[in-house]
Design a protein around this ligand. Structure first.
Ligand code: AMP
Ligand code: ZN
Length: 492
């Protein structure tokens, strides 16, 4: 096990050497999507960043339990516990069941992540599947004296909690600032203080997503589900918690308070936050309309870019930036990534047919390998790793052109390392292979269909049609053979 992995912990703003709670095992929780709309590319950036982290931890030999939830209830329109539930609202607008909304966008999310070649997490729990656990959690928080009930709703008492355990550790906000900056309640709210947040909300008569509880028929607060599910599957203290930077406050801060109010210890050792993807210099977001869907990028059907970009080009573009830097999506940057990605693919494809020399290789492979690991061990520095891969491809091209040489053992090692870093760790794919494979399957299917139609024509003595099919295929250099076992084809 490589023990030199260093990662940036948002909890203290420092780079720290990673040490897992259990040897060789990692528990990682990442806040998943709220499935009320198609995921936009900004959401995907965060999930691709954690896919890289998941892949690298596994590459280092850790057995990773990666939990990424699906938020299918409780996420209201704004962070102040007000507004409609996002999923219920969508269901109302489209006159469908909330669970139809959930199903549609969960499928979209999974399909999209598969197109980006992201690995499936170990567990993908849903908020609605964990209502019982959330109710139990609320009971425990009330028992500890940090929550109160008003008119069927239950709120977390931030001021009381802060008297015993400091609130605001992750976001660096102190309670005085929060009190100063939060707008005063308008008299409509049941909260004692505006900083308090909902653990359980009594459902209004129009609210269709509701469950029975000791306090009212209602629904859980959004922050609660992540505490319930992370504790259930990873324990009261686990290794890594991730999400987008915008979730630091209030979502993750509230998660910490909920967990600490019961267990009196920090629930997470390393908090990791992926930075935002911007479009036209502004955060990509569903609510502002400043966003693009992955599917629109792949098809080219959008008003932002002149051409289509493939899933691997977009993944490569995302990985060319460090996960903690802001990235702006632009046509020129995507085009540069497309070119760079193709250069790497072309170089890597040459590995199989490189001439083998018998002298010492003109490349210090051990040094290069160490540099690749050093990059990834330094807080998952994928752009640096990619720069090293470009160096390797430069060397491969030089060998291919007869300018430098590589010996048999080094070629074997280099091929293995490139396979590890490019395909396994960065999760990139050679789309040419894919296209060929997919095209091949489709072509086979289409030809078999044509042959079946020709056989039908022959059976009904429609020789004009059957001959036309044979001759037309022949013109395309596809040769048909009628044998006693059936008809076969051969593409010349
Ligand atoms: P949501 O579905 O809104 O709960 O968001 C799902 C994930 O996407 C969260 O981890 C967000 O932090 C993340 N996210 C939202 N907008 C962006 C963006 N523009 N760039 C990167 N990540 C984002
Ligand atoms: Zn969460």
């Amino acid at each position: 096990m490589d023990s030199t992995l260093v990662l940036y912990n948002s909890l203290n703003g420092k780079k720290e050497t990673f040490k897992s709670i259990l040897p060789n095992h990692v528990g990682m929780y990442v806040c998943g999507p709220t499935v009320y709309s198609n995921v936009h590319l900004g959401n995907c950036r965060t999930f691709i960043s954690f896919d890289l982290i998941f892949r690298y931890l596994q590459h280092l030999g850790y057995k990773v339990r990666y939990v990424r939830n699906i938020t299918d209830a409780g996420h209201l329109e704004n962070d102040a516990d007000e507004g409609e539930d996002r999923i219920a609202k969508k269901a109302r607008l489209e006159s469908i069941e909330p669970m139809e909304v959930v199903q549609r966008y969960t499928v979209d999310f999974r399909d999209t992540m598969a197109q980006f070649n992201a690995l499936v997490p170990s567990i993908e729990p849903t908020a609605t599947g964990h209502i019982v656990e959330q109710i139990e959690l609320i009971k425990e928080i009330i028992e500890q004296g940090y929550a109160y009930e008003v008119n069927g709703s239950v709120y977390f008492d931030v001021i009381k909690f802060n008297k015993d355990i400091p609130y605001g550790k992750l976001s660096g906000r102190n309670i005085e600032d929060l009190i100063h900056n939060t707008r005063t309640l308008d008299g409509q709210s049941d909260k004692k203080n505006p900083q308090d947040f909902a653990l359980w909300k009594k459902a209004e008569p129009v609210h269709i997503m509701r469950w029975p509880s000791p306090w009212s028929e209602g629904f859980p607060g959004w922050h609660l589900e992540c505490t319930a599910m992370s504790t259930k599957y990873l324990g009261s203290q686990f290794d890594i918690h991730g999400g987008g930077m915008d979730l630091k406050f209030p979502h993750h801060e509230c998660e910490i308070a909920q967990a600490e109010s019961i267990h009196k210890k920090s629930p997470v050792n390393y908090w990791l936050h992926a930075n935002m993807l911007t479009l036209n210099g502004k955060k990509m977001a569903k609510s502002t309309g400043n966003n693009i869907l992955p599917g629109e990028m792949f098809s080219g059907e959008n008003s932002i870019f002149k051409k289509a970009f493939s899933p691997m080009t977009v993944r490569f573009f995302i990985l060319q930036a460090h996960y903690r830097s802001i990235v702006d999506l632009s046509e020129s940057a995507l085009e540069a990534s497309e070119k760079g990605f193709q250069r790497l693919i072309d170089g890597i494809s040459k590995l199989e047919r490189l001439p083998i020399g018998d002298k010492t290789s003109d490349f210090d492979l051990v040094k290069w390998k160490n540099k690749c690991y050093a990059a990834m061990n330094d807080d998952f520095n994928s752009p640096l790793l990619i720069a090293h891969l470009f160096d390797a491809v430069k060397y491969i091209n030089a060998v291919d052109n007869g300018l430098q040489q590589i010996n048999k053992d080094d070629l074997k090692d280099l091929s293995k390392l490139i396979n590890d870093f490019f395909f396994d760790v960065l999760g990139l794919l050679n789309e040419d292979d894919n296209n060929k494979e997919n095209g091949g399957v489709q072509l086979d299917g289409a030809l078999n269909l044509i042959l079946e139609l020709r056989n039908k024509a022959r059976a009904s003595k429609d020789f004009e049609t059957s001959d036309l099919i044979r001759d037309s295929l022949s013109e395309l250099n596809i040769q048909i053979n009628d044998t006693s076992e059936g008809t076969t084809f051969k593409i010349n």
